[in-house]
Design a binder for this molecule. Structure first.
Ligand SMILES: NC(=O)c1ccc[n+]([C@@H]2O[C@H](COP(=O)([O-])OP(=O)(O)OC[C@H]3O[C@@H](n4cnc5c(N)ncnc54)[C@H](O)[C@@H]3O)[C@@H](O)[C@H]2O)c1
Length: 329
């Protein structure tokens, strides 16, 4: 558009009157005051919740689908949710380990179903959703847990490892969300739990691409929460919990390196699962496992300058040693 034409359109608009300007300024002042009030209410509510946490919610009527139930924390979460009388849908690429989990649940008279699926395969994930909806019912809780963690110096990490990590840890989680979220949205009822990691909060040696995948998991969960909140439709019935474990004794971290073992003990998978199920039932938005690392390893270092954080990291010397080569070939 020419400058003259633009000028003509501008000239056609009536300038706001003093009365209109005053009303706008009053509206904005009201909005700012209301926002400040809401922020303070939110701060007091969260302080109150530290001392008087919400009663854990009942999950007995829920259909809880967990990926990666053939081993580790996935299995332990499945056992715990089944004990709480939820119907558990166990999904894993490894049918043997997954069947063992289902058998363990059935031995305890729990309700469990087994499905084999590679969550990095989008078509397989959508087929899984259809099958589970027909055979079990509509999933109301999704636990995106399956993940892999090749540990190697960055430049030695193979193309296959980088691709697999991203396809399972990041894209697998996205496909599961795209498949299982719509029925939850339709009923405005559901809960998403995603397994990130402390390696998704702070960078770590020998885990460069893995850290990237776990930062991504946290980003996806945060962004999805914003998107659902800012939709016109009410999606307040969809809860989200992101879990950031430190080292859990499942064998995933083959060679953990910990300088102060008494202060930073690896967590047993059963303890980790207990904390995750508890956080989900209390509708916590994000947790570390163990919980005290939330302040000591995440919030407190955020207040420090980058150089100070680096000095602290080098002093604690906590991380993982590299894997044997070709583990994922
Ligand atoms: N163990 C730790 O120290 C630790 C720490 C932080 C975060 N995490 C995260 O927690 C989650 C669970 O870890 P874990 O230690 O219990 O793992 P694990 O290795 O004990 O179990 C992972 C399960 O996921 C399954 N799986 C792998 N790829 C799959 C795929 N493509 N499709 C379907 N299933 C697949 C495996 O067969 C296995 O049964 C992972 O996302 C991991 O990154 C683990």
């Amino acid at each position: 558009m020419s400058e003259r034409g633009y000028g003509r359109i501008m000239a056609e608009q009536e300038p706001p009157t003093t009365y209109e300007k005053t009303i706008d300024a009053l509206k904005l002042t009201g909005e700012i005051l209301w926002t400040i009030v809401q922020i303070w209410v939110a701060i007091f509510q969260s302080i109150y919740a530290v001392f008087f946490p919400m009663e854990p919610k009942d999950v007995s009527g829920e259909i809880i689908l967990i990926s990666g139930t053939g081993h580790g924390m996935g299995r332990e979460m499945a056992l715990r949710f089944a004990r709480l009388k939820a119907t558990v849908v166990c999904v894993d690429i490894n049918p043997k380990g997954n069947q063992e989990t289902v058998d363990m649940i059935k031995q305890e008279k729990g309700k469990a179903f087994r499905y084999e699926c590679d969550i990095s395969d989008r078509a397989a994930v959508f087929a899984l959703q259809q099958k589970v909806a027909q055979e079990v019912g509509s999933v109301t809780v999704l636990v995106n847990n399956a993940g892999i963690m090749p540990c190697r110096p960055f430049l030695e990490t193979t193309e296959k490892e980088v691709r697999l990590m991203n396809e399972i840890n990041v894209m697998g989680g996205i496909w599961m969300l795209q498949a299982f979220l719509p029925p939850m949205l339709a009923r405005n009822h559901g809960h998403i739990v995603a397994m990130a990691s402390m390696a998704g909060m702070v960078g770590s040696k020998n885990l460069v691409p893995y850290c990237g995948t776990k930062f991504a998991v946290r980003g996806i969960m945060q962004a999805l929460a914003v998107e659902l909140r800012q939709e016109e439709k009410d999606y307040s019935g969809i809860k989200m919990t992101t879990v950031c474990p430190y080292i859990v004794n499942t064998g995933l971290a083959h060679n953990p390196k910990i300088r102060f073992k008494d202060l930073m003990k690896p967590v047993e998978p059963s303890d980790a699962a207990e904390q995750i199920v508890n956080a989900m039932r209390r509708e916590l938005v994000e947790i570390t496992v163990p919980g005290d690392l939330w302040y000591s390893s995440y919030k407190f270092p955020q207040l420090l300058p980058a150089r100070a954080v680096a000095i602290l990291q080098d002093f604690t010397k906590t991380g993982v040693e590299p894997h044997a080569p070709n583990q994922f070939e």
